[in-house]
Design a protein around this ligand. Structure first.
Ligand code: ARG
Length: 459
């Protein structure tokens, strides 16, 4: 039975019912709807709408329902009720009869759904925080292991300057820390309780909304009832956090897909996160990474869809808002799965440090060092830059690296260059020179690792 039949003389058209029902997806909030209902029963007892016994009977029945739902959640989804709120109420009537009909006193599905959805969102954001934490630890572990590995750093996908492989790892730790901090901010704002706001105007019962909020683990009761039933900022914020974090994960995926290519050959991915080709027996494809890259689009889609749905909605609740759930229900587990998969890729990662070193030595990635050397010899940087450009042309013509050019070749372009140029052009020197904060020198990268470990309390 629907929750609203009295005013209607005929039932809904079958196609409309299918179009209108949200149970096929909001069944995922069964746990939250029951927890919220238990808290609401407590609030109703406080204001003498329920006696102590009635309250107890309702709580027992709700707890029993909770374990039934846990046992078979998909049965809830296909049970044909309009939404999760209708389902819980109907099941409760089945258990305690007319008493169950008192539970909706002073409550609306509008404050109820807003509460359920916040509870669901908080739980799923907390799962993400844990997963980000262990992904960070995985990056830190690879960073510690690969402190001796030199990687070509790229701009425009052209070899630019050498960096430590660990510096690359720690770049992603930085991104993940921002993801964490953004998500914590979002959690702080979503953690307010709309229950007790009724349909839009507030509840007519003298409910202690602060006490109700803390029963449900919220930091406070929401302040304005009109806003409370129609605010979905928290959904937009979570989807924004997810999208930004997926940008990071997709860049990680893309970096590794490239490093894993036959052309680069910098890394080998574990068999456990790759797949083969049905036709080409030699293939070992980086599917896990490609899927992370691919699923990024899907999360962005949910983010923009939510903004479109909310745009220009008049206050307060409108049925458009039922469209808030599927995107988040899809995006949060997708985000979580991508974090887990990124970690699986890192855990089995083998780095071929000979190949990375060879690549870092090629591509004239030490040209900046030569320009700096000329600066030290009193030549203005811009002029030095031009001289080095000419020397790179010479090196390309001779198919040599800069450090392989004999001193005469250097002198033919710039007389200021002496034998002391060679140690400067050594790749280790290029790395060691980056001593300022944030640079790729060993002490800087070790410091970054130490700081990140301290934050995570890893010893
Ligand atoms: N299924 C609805 C939703 O997800 C619940 C709220 C219904 N409220 C209403 N006034 N029809 O938004």
């Amino acid at each position: 039975m629907a929750l609203w039949g009295g005013r209607f003389s005929s039932g809904p058209d079958a196609a409309f019912k299918q179009f209108n029902d949200s149970l096929p997806f909001d069944y995922q909030m069964a746990e939250q709807d029951i927890i919220g209902s238990i808290a609401w029963a407590g609030a109703l007892q406080q204001v003498d709408v329920l006696t102590g016994n009635e309250h107890q009977e309702l709580v027992n029945a709700l707890q029993q329902l909770q374990s039934e739902v846990e046992e078979n959640p998909t049965a809830v989804a296909t049970s044909g009720f309009e939404d999760i709120h209708s389902y819980v109420e109907a099941k409760l009537i089945g258990k305690v009869g007319d008493l169950a009909k008192k539970l909706h006193t002073g409550r609306s599905r509008n404050d109820q759904v807003a509460t359920d959805f916040r509870l669901w969102s908080r739980q799923s954001a907390e799962q993400i925080l844990t997963a980000i934490g262990s992904l960070k630890a995985a990056f830190i572990a690879v960073a510690e292991r690969e402190l001796g590995t030199i990687l070509p750093g790229y701009t425009h996908l052209q070899r630019a300057q050498p960096v430590l492989f660990s510096h690359w790892c720690m770049a992603y730790v930085e991104m993940l820390e921002r993801d964490e901090s953004r998500l914590n901010d979002a959690i702080a704002r979503l953690n307010v309780c709309p229950l007790g706001c009724g349909a839009l105007a507030g509840t007519a019962y003298p409910i202690d909304r602060q006490a109700l909020a803390s029963t449900l683990g919220f930091t406070e009761a929401s302040r304005n009832s009109l806003d409370s039933v129609s605010d979905r900022d928290f959904v937009v914020e979570l989807l924004s956090c997810a999208s930004i974090s997926m940008i990071h994960l997709s860049r990680f995926a893309e970096d590794l897909i490239f490093y894993n290519s036959g052309e680069a050959g910098f890394i080998e991915l574990s068999d456990s996160v790759t797949s083969g080709s049905s036709l080409m027996p030699q293939k070992k494809n980086p599917d896990a990474l490609e899927l992370i890259r691919g699923k990024t689009g899907r999360v962005f889609g949910a983010f923009s869809a939510m903004m479109m749905t909310l745009k220009a909605l008049p206050l307060a609740y409108n049925k458009d808002m039922q469209e808030d759930k599927e995107g988040l229900f899809d995006a949060m587990p997708t985000w979580l799965a991508c974090i887990h998969m990124a970690q699986a890729c890192l855990n089995g990662l083998k780095v071929n440090s000979e190949r990375t070193l060879l690549a870092a030595r090629g591509g004239h990635a030490n040209a900046t060092e030569l320009a700096d050397y000329l600066v030290a010899k009193g030549i203005p940087f811009r002029e030095g830059h031009h001289i080095v450009g000419e020397l790179v042309q010479v090196a390309i013509a001779k198919q040599k690296n800069l450090e392989q050019l004999p001193i005469e070749e250097f002198k033919a372009v710039c007389d200021a260059i002496e034998e002391d140029v060679y140690p400067v052009l050594e790749i280790d020197a290029c790395i060691a020179a980056r001593q300022a904060i944030g640079g790729t020198s060993l002490p800087q990268v070790s410091d970054a690792i130490k700081t990140a470990k301290k934050k995570r309390q890893i010893t």
